[in-house]
Write a protein that binds this ligand. Structure first.
Ligand code: PXP
Length: 241
């Protein structure tokens, strides 16, 4: 079964719009975990517009499930924080400091040499390393060469094609990318714009180990409640390989 890691950025974004601490990121994590979520994901950004360093440390103290911290290792104090917190997994993302949200995977043909010492350092703290990647079959074997354990497929192009009702050609690229990763002994995670409508098809790709889902899940939870929404995602994932 594919694991669900609930991304709590949007809870923090709402919390940060006032100074009275609600909604609480740690309470949301508790609800998600009690509903059965296998992990919690956060993506602290240098401008602290959603998750703040304090959230990262508080979650690290309380979590009994996998903790996944995403971010650009070349920005701010990201590396120091991750090495101190030692999450289960660190997903390295090449996003510029001012982007709205992550908008592409690594170009490992260009950046792999810079990433090698970063990956070595994180692995010396026993942190599992995932690299955020486009469904580009040429780039994926390089992730293995530089020491990553997993890739996270950037699913926005899949989600957009799904919404437009013309998903098949794009979906085939993801099937191929996942197979190439698995043939190279890389685990495959996925994330970005996955939702209750498009998740089942995506997870028909064999052996997707984890999906991290934030925006849609938190939006849906406004109508369905966080507990019920997590359960609805888990129901879809319970029939995956
Ligand atoms: N993976 C990465 C690397 C991300 O940056 C994000 C968004 O923070 C996600 C997954 C989750 O995307 P969404 O919020 O659209 O579910």
């Amino acid at each position: 079964m594919t694991n669900l890691s609930v991304n709590l950025n949007k809870i923090a974004l709402l919390r940060n719009s006032r100074n009275i601490g609600i909604p609480s990121v740690t309470n949301a994590a508790k609800i998600a975990v009690e509903a059965g979520a296998n992990g919690i994901t956060v993506h602290p950004r240098p401008d602290e517009r959603h998750i703040k360093p304090k959230d990262v440390y508080e979650l690290a103290q309380m979590l009994t499930v996998e903790f996944n911290i995403e971010g650009n290792p070349f920005h701010g104090n990201f590396m120091d924080m991750v090495c101190e917190v030692k999450p289960t997994q660190c997903t390295l993302v090449p996003d510029a400091p001012d982007v709205f949200t992550s908008n592409s995977g690594w170009n490992l043909a260009e950046n792999r040499h810079q990433l090698i010492p970063i990956i070595e350092k994180l692995k010396s703290f026993d942190i599992r390393i995932s690299l955020f990647m486009d469904a580009d079959s040429n780039q994926i074997p390089l992730a293995k060469e530089i020491g990553a354990d997993r890739i996270e497929l950037y699913t926005e192009p899949y989600a957009t094609a799904f919404r437009m009702g013309e998903v098949e050609a794009v979906f085939q690229k993801y099937i191929q990318a996942a197979k190439i990763a698995q043939d190279n002994d890389l685990g495959v995670n996925a994330g970005h714009d996955l939702n209750l409508q498009n998740l089942e098809k995506f997870c028909s790709i064999p052996n997707i180990l984890e999906v991290s889902i934030g925006h849609a899940l938190i939006a849906e939870s406004l109508e369905m409640g966080l507990h019920n929404t997590v359960k609805a995602y888990l129901k879809i994932l319970s029939s995956t390989s």
